[in-house]
Design a protein around this ligand. Structure first.
Ligand code: FES
Length: 103
């Protein structure tokens, strides 16, 4: 099971094991991580699950065209390591930082 280190905007770190095939977004919601809204429930339609992949990005498939298009509209600063947490289903450990705001 992949271990995800979530770094909330306040700096608090929460370490969570998620099931294989589970998204980083669902892992956050299931464990009361602050900073993920996920208004659309994971269908790439809201951009409120924005996160920054701090470690492990090289082990992920790059964003799809649809994900990349949604990242244009995120509320917080878009960076090179910006991703939609609902689209990340890691097979290995990952560290993600959550932005200060999603809307
Ligand atoms: Fe809406 Fe990820 S939950 S785009």
């Amino acid at each position: 099971m992949p271990t995800i280190i979530y770094i909330e905007a306040c700096g608090r770190q929460v370490v969570v094991e998620i099931a294989e095939g589970q998204s980083v977004m669902h892992g956050a919601l299931d464990n009361n991580i602050e900073g993920i809204e996920a208004e659309c429930g994971g269908s790439r339609a809201c951009g409120t699950c924005h996160c920054y992949v701090e470690d492990g990005e090289d082990k992920l498939a790059p964003p799809s065209d649809h994900e990349a298009a949604m990242l244009v509209n995120v509320a917080a600063e878009r960076r090179d390591n910006s991703r939609l947490a609902c689209q990340i289903k890691p097979e290995t450990d990952l560290t993600v930082r959550l932005p200060e705001r999603q809307v």
